[in-house]
Ligand binder design. Structure first.
Ligand code: HEC
Length: 251
């Protein structure tokens, strides 16, 4: 039995090792997003940035406005006044509707090469560090159709939509003859309206919001978990006395 288990574990290890090694090789170093999904104000700011800067292209097909409002501590009126800029059949979108937009996959691929994907699950598929680093890594590249490229997602079809806030970065390679192995560096060439620290916070809030959207239940899980542990604790006491009662005559 022991041998079989050891054999299975060994086989699993042998399969997974090359996979993870291959995966790591093609990745650039990501920056730590340092988000906190329990920071309600950060989530509210992230939602505001998302509907203002991202929703023209990206939908959140699995989220309803009022559910997001409920989770983020906003009333339906606040949601309608601050988060809804889309229209459904000519009327302003209602708070109970899904966070969709008018972008079609066909138009998206014609305009950007690749259609802007729905971002409902991106917090999980890419992870917070990836999203955070991606939004900080646009740089000027005249060879690209939209004039920008990205070190985290090479040749991405997405324009640098936050350029007004961040400004523009360039990618600087080490000078000829200098340390040839030095990584190219992103340098802020033209400042935006936000300082670098403010921009980091904006991107952190957006990442926080997309991470929450990827799994809304995580906001409540900790609270439920505490009650489950209290219940198990009480149940253990009862189970102990019950066991004593059942076994008291058996010896
Ligand atoms: C003008 C349209 C447009 C806007 C606005 C826009 N994006 Fe994008 N985005 C794209 C396109 C197009 C892609 C697909 C890139 C590709 O696959 O080459 C993309 C891809 C992404 C991806 C990668 C998804 C994946 O898993 O591959 C993320 C994350 C993302 N966008 C986040 C954002 C955020 C956050 C905002 C708002 C700050 C935003 N985008 C605003 C067009 C847009």
């Amino acid at each position: 039995m022991k041998n079989t288990i050891a054999g299975i574990l060994f086989a699993l290890g042998a399969v997974m090792l090359p996979l993870s090694a291959g995966h790591a090789a093609e990745e650039v170093a990501l920056q730590h997003a340092d988000i906190d999904v329990h920071n309600e104000q950060s989530l509210q700011r992230g939602a505001k940035y998302f509907v203002n800067y991202c929703m023209g292209c990206h939908s959140l097909n699995f989220s309803r406005y009022n559910r997001v409002g409920l989770d983020l501590g906003l009333t339906d009126e606040q949601v309608a006044d601050n988060l809804i800029f889309t229209r459904t059949d000519g009327e302003p979108t209602k708070v109970g509707e899904l966070m969709k937009n008018g972008m079609t996959a066909k138009y998206g691929s014609e305009a950007f090469g690749n259609a802007p994907p729905d971002l409902s699950l991106t917090g999980r598929s890419r992870g917070p560090d990836w999203i955070y680093s991606f939004l900080k890594s646009f740089y000027l590249d005249p060879s690209r159709p939209l004039g920008v490229n990205n070190t985290v997602f090479a040749n991405a079809g997405m324009p640098h939509v936050l350029w007004e806030l961040q400004g523009y970065q360039t990618l600087e390679h080490a000078a000829e003859g200098a340390d040839a192995h030095a990584e190219p560096k992103l340098v802020l060439e033209q400042e935006g309206t936000a300082s670098p620290a403010e921009y980091d916070q904006i991107v952190r809030d957006l990442t926080n919001f997309l991470t929450y959207v990827g799994e809304p239940a995580q906001l409540h899980r900790r609270g439920i978990g505490v009650w489950v542990l209290i219940y198990l604790g009480l149940f253990a006491v009862f189970a102990y006395f019950l066991k004593k009662e059942y076994w008291k005559d058996v010896h």
